[in-house]
Design a protein around this ligand. Structure first.
Ligand code: CP
Ligand code: NVA
Length: 307
């Protein structure tokens, strides 16, 4: 039986996502009150990270430890991946030794190839196309502050990047509207937009996207791997900063979100990210709780499929 992977938000049914977030909220409360159930005792998580990370790495490692398991962190330099051992062979070998594998890859096809040859669940910890774990934490954060997100309107301002793609999938899976404003040439992937149908609309005017929104979201204008394009991008994204004037167009109780790391004075003004509508620290914290719920879910699934 094939294991259940989490490569995009479409890998889980909407009802599974809802249950997982309810569990994340429960685990958060338990963590705050010092509960110590260790359902993953004796289990090991391997982590292959081709790019830098602060939040994702620490939240997965800390989460696995809190659930009683352990982690092995591997940069491609530490393994034979950088010396030409095929992804498929690495997947076959590692998945005979550990219970779950978390991968941050340059190319989404790498995690797909890995998952296709893995005996154990593979989790996408960010690729060029998707960042589904971020969205678990972000939707958890919205629910905690404002209740259900179904029926609400979110505005994505800036680059149509990997995090934007996961917001697009979240719009369909959680039943909200997403209005995206990007400069021309920086739109999200057309096939990903199309797969979320009527939940998503595209614009080139940030004001149009932000007007009456319940939530305003942005991300860096130059993602990891796009450092060489930085100057060109700073110019292209002029006028797309989330600043107090843009936030005033949204609803009075609108939240501001950003996956971090953030660049104040570029995609977001300091007054916004450090202001009262910002919930960015809760988003970061919730990476821990949402991913613990994800590990529990995938490893319980694996157990069920083996029984
Ligand atoms: N938001 C996020 O994934 O952060 P890191 O790159 O620090 O993991
Ligand atoms: N879009 C950013 C997200 C970082 C968490 C990147 O890919 O670098």
């Amino acid at each position: 039986m094939n294991p259940r992977h989490f490569l995009t938000l479409f890998d889980l049914a909407p009802e599974d996502l809802q249950r997982l977030l309810a569990r994340a909220i429960e685990l958060k409360t338990r963590f705050q009150y010092g509960g110590s159930r260790m359902p993953l005792a004796g289990q090991t998580m391997a982590m292959i990270f081709e790019k830098s990370s602060t939040r994702t790495r620490v939240s997965f490692e800390a989460g696995m430890a809190q659930l009683g398991g352990s982690s092995v962190f591997l940069s491609p330099r530490d393994t034979h991946l950088d010396r030409g051992e095929p992804v498929e062979d690495t997947a076959r070998v590692l998945s005979r030794m550990v219970e779950v594998i978390v991968i941050r890859a340059n190319q989404h096809t790498m995690v797909e190839r890995f998952a296709a040859h893995s005996r154990v669940p593979v989790i996408n910890a960010l690729t060029d196309l998707h960042h589904p774990c971020q969205l678990l934490a972000d939707i958890q954060t919205y629910i905690e502050h404002r209740g259900e997100i179904a029926g609400r309107a979110a505005a994505w301002i800036g680059d149509g990047n990997n995090v934007c793609h996961s917001w697009i999938q979240a719009a369909r899976q959680f039943g909200f509207k997403l209005r995206i404003a990007t400069p021309k040439g920086y739109e999200p992937n057309a096939a990903i937009v199309q797969a979320s149908g009527t939940h998503v609309t595209l614009a080139t005017d940030p004001a149009e996207a932000a007007r009456d929104a319940d939530l305003v979201v942005t991300d860096t204008w130059a993602s990891m791997g796009q450092e060489a394009e930085k100057t060109e991008r700073l110019k292209a994204f002029e006028g797309f900063q989330v600043n107090p004037a843009l936030m005033r167009l949204a609803r009075r109780d609108a939240l501001f979100m950003h996956c971090l790391p953030a660049y104040r004075g570029q995609e977001v003004a300091a007054e916004v990210i450090d202001g009262p509508q910002s919930v960015v620290w809760d988003e970061a914290e919730n990476r821990l709780h949402a991913q613990k719920a994800l590990l529990e879910f995938l490893l319980a699934e694996k157990q069920n499929r083996q029984d």
